[in-house]
Write a protein that binds this ligand. Sequence first.
Ligand SMILES: [Zn+2]
Length: 105
Amino acid sequence: MEQQKVLLTGGNLLQAHTWKGLLETSGIGVDLRGEALMGGVGELPVDMQTVELWIDAEHLPAAKNLLANLDVVHPQWQCVQCNEVNDGSFELCWQCSSPRSEQHN
Ligand SMILES: [Zn+2]
């Protein structure tokens, strides 16, 4: 059995599946683990879910590179009020001060 390492922890199930898809597109197999997958998902608020991405140890550096390039830890978001694109570390739109609320195109 190959040795696996946690690539990252946190985020929600939706994000985790997005990252998993990106990594698998690059040929890196990913296992999702975490309490959000154990059932009862509907009972937990999204921000209470913890999802872990596990990958083979040999792929860890490449995967970290990929995710760093994608800036997944602080993804940018687009303000629904003024369409300004904000850095993921901001909780308010820097232009119009609207609370963070992402566009879904
Ligand atoms: Zn705005």
